[in-house]
Design a protein around this ligand. Structure first.
Ligand code: ADP
Length: 309
């Protein structure tokens, strides 16, 4: 269990984390979402005691992590996968960590097997690909068999196979009853991995709910209507308060009107309908909608290109 209460961090005149209060519970994957610069890494560093809060508190299993007697046995963290001594082999890197943390040597072989690096354990990690480096970082996080795991943007730069592997690993760790806290700016990734979401924008809490609640609360249901009488139906629906846009030659996407309402209006006006289907907004759309005012740097969109962007 991780608990933050009124957690804030100021760098000069920049408030990177702004009075965040949340708890991360065991037995589920909690996604920590926010656009780049939202304050995710800063929050994670404060959880680990690597950065001191300007105000507020954060505890891991009821006490500040700095006071942990056996840090690696309490929390495993993957913050920066490149922070490995490149001249050392994967095995020696983990052995060194195990020895300085009073962990049994046999645990090194166990975690190397768990992350699939058994075959290259004696090779120097300098020659490792990004994916292998990521696996080594995760092996280090798992070394102390901790109940709490934190991963900061773990899938950044990985190939599809590596992404799938990390996703399944996180789910498996949560299913074992561990607390799994994973940050990402990729909504589509969290949609497939997380059970619960903590969303921040410009350092502030924006949402704390399940993935489904997040979608339900933040995205409007759209309805796709296919009809050979496009203009006619468009005019009728717009006249009744619907927001209508064309989707190809023979379809409309409508919001603000229900499916039954659209069907009835078409019938009443003798307009033929060939398809009526709901479009469930993705987490990506819901997230963009919710954080659009809190993105630090907006990409410049050339005039007239908004619809395609
Ligand atoms: P995220 O992980 O969500 O991308 P960060 O926590 O890295 O966000 O950064 C949050 C904000 O704090 C950003 O505006 C960033 O520039 C700023 N920031 C982070 N670390 C420092 C630091 N050591 N000194 C000054 N500003 C920082």
């Amino acid at each position: 269990m991780i608990e933050a209460v009124g957690l804030s961090k100021r760098y000069g005149d920049k408030l990177a984390v702004d009075r965040l209060s949340f708890s991360v519970k065991p037995g589920q994957v909690t996604g920590f979402l926010g656009p780049n610069g939202a304050g995710k890494s800063t929050t994670m560093r404060m959880i680990l005691g690597l950065d001191a809060p300007t105000s507020g508190t954060v505890t891991v299993n009821g006490k500040p992590f700095r006071q942990a007697a056996h840090p690696l046995r309490e929390v495993g963290a993957l913050l920066d996968a490149k922070a490995v001594h490149g001249g050392r082999s994967a095995y020696n890197h983990l052995l060194c960590l195990a020895q300085t943390n009073n962990l049994p040597k046999k645990r090194v072989d166990e975690v190397l097997g768990l992350v699939g690096l058994g075959g290259v354990a004696k090779k120097r990690s300098k020659g490792f690909s990004l994916g292998m480096g990521q696996r080594l970082g995760i092996a280090a996080a798992l070394l102390g068999d901790p109940k709490v795991l934190m991963f900061d943007e773990p899938v950044n730069g990985l190939d599809p196979e590596g992404i799938l592997w990390i996703r399944n690993l996180m789910k498996a760790l949560a299913a074992e009853g561990r607390t799994v806290f994973v940050s990402s700016h990729l909504m589509s990734e969290m949609e497939n991995t997380a059970d619960h979401l903590i969303v921040i924008g410009r350092g502030k809490l924006v949402a704390d709910c399940t993935v489904q609640e997040f979608i339900d609360n933040n995205s409007e249901l759209s309805i796709r209507v296919r009809t050979p009488q496009l203009e006619q139906l468009g005019a009728v629906l717009a006249g009744k308060g619907g927001t209508v846009r064309a989707d190809g030659e023979d379809a409309l996407v409508v919001t603000k009107l229900g499916m039954a309402e659209i069907g009835d209006l078409a019938f009443d006006n003798q307009i033929r309908v060939h398809e009526l289907s709901p479009i469930q907004a993705s987490l990506e759309q819901a997230f963009m909608e919710l954080t659009k005012d809190s993105v630090e740097y907006h990409a410049a969109v050339p005039a007239g290109k908004e619809a395609a962007a």
